[in-house]
Design a protein around this ligand. Sequence first.
Ligand code: NAP
Length: 289
Amino acid sequence: MEMASSAGAIIDGKRIAAEVRRSVREHVADLTRRELRPPRLALILVGDDPASHIYVRNKSRACERAGIAYLDIRLPEDTPGERLLEQVDELNHDDTVDGILVQLPLPGPLRHLEPAVMERVEPSKDVDGFHPENMGRLLLGQPGFVACTPLGILFLLEQTGVPLEGAHAVVIGRSVTVGRPVAALLLHRHATVTICHSRTLDLPGHVRRADIVVAAAGKPNLVRGDWIKPGAAVIDVGINRTEQGLVGDVVFDEARQRASHITPVPGGVGPMTIAMLLQNTLRARTMHR
Ligand code: NAP
């Protein structure tokens, strides 16, 4: 972690993600040494969305490097919903598949089926953590799969060593994929959690009281430096494409002057998501003997 004299330390998500990936690779190598099969992840991609293609390619490459086997399943955009659900069922019943990931968003005509598809994935193979059973387990504090980006955010915070117990954490965003699960994870670590969203009144006032800020609104430069309480830890989840390039939800240069720790965009939370996917897949393998 780099520490300048007055500015906050930059949380190096790239380095931390590489460490997680190395640890997964070592565990997989250990399985192979013991002549046990490596974990296997099925990646389902429906349609031709270029961004989704890049995400799936990055995931399959990361699997390859970690020694995780993967099954690359491509379905055309006009795949009937029933066929997609059948494909998920086949993978649910395949004992050589530990994890199933359906790349979202689904193309337009299938978009309405996203909840049904998430629910169809067998919970013990739900490495994305989006199945209602796993979401429920998270709220109940029971073991289950947790979504990869929230897991990555928690991992980064734990690496900084900032105390979570008793801290006031403000999460900006209440999406089911980021804001809500991250709030639940923080609550389990005994933080006092405030969840803000687009109807929140006086967002700056909430952020000013936060020891930990998790910004996941998807709004470029929403959080100004003078909102940050001196010494707060700032996790910027936002990925926003602007004319100035890729930026987060936080005005980084301003916020760094007050934060104790801060994630950059890119190179902060982003690399953690795939690292946690590999970790979840390894965990799924240990559940399927
Ligand atoms: P989302 O589903 O669009 O949710 C955004 C949330 O932010 C909503 O709850 C929304 O409130 C809230 N919000 C929007 N504008 C706001 C404002 N001005 N003030 C306060 N709250 C506001 O987005 P998401 O999927 O959670 O993703 C959030 C950001 O994280 C995006 O930039 C996304 O690209 C990024 N992301 C990064 C990773 C990664 O690094 N690997 C993974 C996932 C997402 P309402 O609920 O009231 O609409």
